[in-house]
Design a protein around this ligand. Structure first.
Ligand SMILES: [Zn+2]
Length: 58
């Protein structure tokens, strides 16, 4: 069973959607406003995939 949650996008501050996949313990956060994407494992905290447009990679 998946949980859906509205969160603040850390990239642009708009409303992003967070999906919590409890079967494989993956959390996916995506923002439709700026194409921000973050996939991480809730068990280990490891980031599996991330994409943040507009953030300088300094
Ligand atoms: Zn955003």
């Amino acid at each position: 069973m998946n949980k859906k949650q509205i969160v603040r996008c850390p990239n642009c501050g708009n409303h992003a959607t967070r999906h919590h996949f409890t079967n494989n313990q993956i959390i996916e956060t995506s923002c439709p406003a700026c194409d921000y994407l973050m996939v991480n494992c809730s068990r280990t905290g490891n980031v599996l995939e991330s994409y943040a447009p507009g953030i300088p990679s300094s």
